[in-house]
Structure formats: structure tokens, C-alpha cells
Design a protein around this ligand. Structure first.
Ligand SMILES: [Zn+2]
Length: 349
């Protein structure tokens, strides 16, 4: 994503709109096609069933498999693509590879492959979680991109593993889950409208043409996650109600003592939340893979660490900066968010 835009976003932090955290049930949000969704808090029974689920061994294994240089067109890129696709196929997800080619600065003609994984390939609507799996090309050094975005990709695969059983009812439901692993997010020379987010631009256009885009309830984009103590903000008023669910789930998990090292050394957590901040940055956003979908009116949650991790686009964005406890905490919040969304929306059908 572009740093310039991030600076603007930070600037706008000064004039953010802090929205009141709403009390759970009954918030609504008008989604695509004017459908009205009601958010419904997870029952205590479901909360207690889902919260303890985790698989740290798989998460680390997934990071290890993805954390190699994976510039579009390289051997590492093919390896990572095959790994992501087979990990999800093994869990019985439907995996489609969306191929296209384009000529790019410096590296010339490249073949791109977006990976699209659907829990139920025949669903009418989807909650979409996404990240990018390519790594940025640098002439001077080998870039690994732990936060950018090996860890987010590993988090998505890990979610499919951890929630395997919980997601079973959504294998043949009208609303189901989709993961997109975008290719070619990074610029090859200089970030701009024609040199960046190659995969997202291709897919949004294709899905606009064939109507698939109307089946996306919301796109939740993960980026620059994996370092210690990430903070997130909301950017879009039309998804505020959903973003506020992330705030509430963080608080609920913290109150139930289900977040690791959330309160350490007797220091209480930051007010009001440690990760999901209760602010909407109006009139500002960070450019990333969601842009072509935003332009086509898909509701967006952009979960990107702000400020960017200090190692952003340096050789230090490697294994050593990964904070697995923080990553697992964020993943736990997101897993509950997914379950809450899918279960609430069942009542909305
Ligand atoms: Zn990047």
C-alpha cells in the first residue's frame, strides 16, 4: 500500500470521529442492494465454545511455508501459491486460480494468479476475508515481508483449520465464507494506479462484468499484521456497525481473560482497547487491494496496522519481528467475528 496515503491517514487521525460503542444487539447496517443486516451478539454458549479454539502449531507452520521471497514470477511465488491452494483443498474448500498476465515495470511480462477459496462454491452471498500473497521486489536485498503479508495469509489458512468444525454448517448455506489471496499487490517500481494492486484490479473488473461482485456482502482486508501491538481504525462509515463488533469482541475476550498477555506487568490495557480503536478516519484511507472493490461499492473493513510497522518495506520485516501472541489475539477476535457474522446473517435470511 502507499505510504504517502498512510501519512495522510495519520494526519486525519487528529480530526477523527469517535463513535460511541453501541450496545450489542440491534445495530444494523444497510448492505449491498439495500439489504438490512442485524448484528447479533454470539450467545454465551457459542462464545465459550469458540473462544478457546486455536492451533499455534499450524499457524507457525503456515508462516514458515509462506515466509520466503515470493515476487510474482519467481519459484518461491509458485511454491507459496501451491501451498495455500493445497492447504485449503485439503480442508475441502473449493479453490479457483484466477490467471492473467500483464507487462509491468522492470520485470516485464508476468503471469499473475489470484487464489479464490470458497467454503460453499454455490452460495448466494459471501463474507470475504482477503490479503496479498506476493512479496515486494527489491533490487538490493531479498525481502521476506512477514507482516507484508505472510502473517495475514497464514492467519487466514489457520482460521480455516481452527474453525473447520464450526464452519461445517456453512458448507451449504446461502451465505458462506470466501478467502481471496490477491496477487501483485506490490508495485514493481513506484506505487501508482498502473503499478500496484494488479490482482485486485483484475478481479474486481472481472466480477463487475459477470455480476459476482454483487454477491460480496463485505470485504475484510488484512494487511501489515504480525508485529507487536498493532492498532486498527475504521475508515468507512457504512461498515461502522461491523467494525464496532470487533471492538466489542476484543473487550469481551479481554473480560473473559481469553487474550494472551493482554494486560501485562500490572499495566492496564490502553484505553479503551488495545487493538481495535473506536475511531473512524473520515475522508481518508490507505490505498490497498480493497480500492477497486470500494470503487464498485463493496462494503469494506480495512484491517491494516496504523501506524505501519517500523520494519515496513525493509529487510527487517522477517520472522524475528513476529509477535505470535499478538497475532493469535487478533486471529481470535477475527474468528469470533466471522462466526458472529455468519450466525447473525442466518437470521437475516
Ligand atoms: Zn508492501
Amino acid at each position: 500500500m502507499s505510504l504517502l496515503k498512510a501519512y495522510f491517514a495519520l494526519l486525519f487521525l487528529l480530526c477523527v470521529n469517535v463513535f460511541a460503542k453501541k450496545d450489542v444487539n440491534g445495530d444494523f447496517y444497510v448492505g449491498r442492494n439495500q439489504m438490512i443486516y442485524r448484528t447479533e451478539e454470539l450467545s454465551q454458549e457459542k462464545f465459550l465454545a469458540y473462544s478457546p479454539l486455536s492451533n499455534g502449531t499450524h499457524l507457525r507452520e503456515a508462516v514458515k511455508n509462506i515466509l520466503v521471497p515470493r515476487v510474482v514470477g519467481s519459484a518461491g511465488h509458485t511454491m507459496v501459491r501451491d501451498y495455500i491452494a493445497s492447504d485449503l483443498r485439503d480442508l475441502n474448500w473449493n479453490v479457483e486460480i484466477d490467471k492473467f498476465h500483464e507487462t509491468v515495470p522492470i520485470l516485464g511480462k508476468l503471469h499473475f494468479h489470484n487464489i479464490i477459496a470458497r467454503l460453499n462454491p454455490d452460495a448466494e452471498r459471501y463474507l470475504v476475508l482477503a490479503c496479498h500473497y506476493d512479496s515486494k521486489y527489491f533490487e538490493e536485498f531479498e525481502f521476506l515481508g512477514a507482516t507484508d503479508s505472510a502473517v495475514p495469509c497464514a492467519m487466514l489458512l489457520n482460521m480455516a483449520h481452527v474453525l473447520q468444525e464450526a464452519l461445517e454448517p456453512f458448507r451449504n448455506s446461502k451465505l458462506s465464507l470466501m478467502f481471496i489471496f490477491f496477487d501483485g499487490e506490490e508495485a514493481f517500481k513506484e506505487w501508482g494506479p498502473n503499478d500496484s494492486i494488479y490482482g485486485a484490479r483484475h478481479l474486481a473488473k472481472r466480477w463487475e462484468d459477470d455480476g459476482t461482485i454483487n454477491r460480496l456482502d463485505m470485504l475484510v482486508l488484512l494487511d501489515l499484521i504480525g508485529a507487536a501491538d498493532p492498532t486498527f481504525y475504521n475508515f468507512f462509515p457504512n461498515t461502522e456497525a461491523w467494525y464496532s463488533r470487533l471492538i466489542s469482541l476484543e473487550e469481551r475476550l479481554s473480560n473473559a481473560d481469553m487474550l494472551d498477555h493482554y494486560i501485562s506487568n500490572g499495566i492496564s490495557r490502553q484505553y479503551p482497547n488495545r487493538y481495535f480503536q473506536p475511531n473512524t478516519m473520515r475522508s481518508s484511507f490507505v490505498e490497498d487491494d480493497h480500492i477497486p472493490f470500494l470503487k464498485r461499492n463493496v462494503p469494506i473493513l480495512h484491517l491494516i496496522t496504523l501506524p505501519f510497522p517500523s520494519v515496513w518495506h525493509t529487510k527487517d520485516d522477517n520472522e524475528s519481528i513476529i509477535d505470535y501472541l499478538a497475532t493469535e489475539n487478533i486471529a481470535r477476535i477475527l474468528r469470533l467475528f466471522i462466526m458472529e457474522y455468519l450466525l447473525s446473517s442466518q437470521h437475516n435470511e
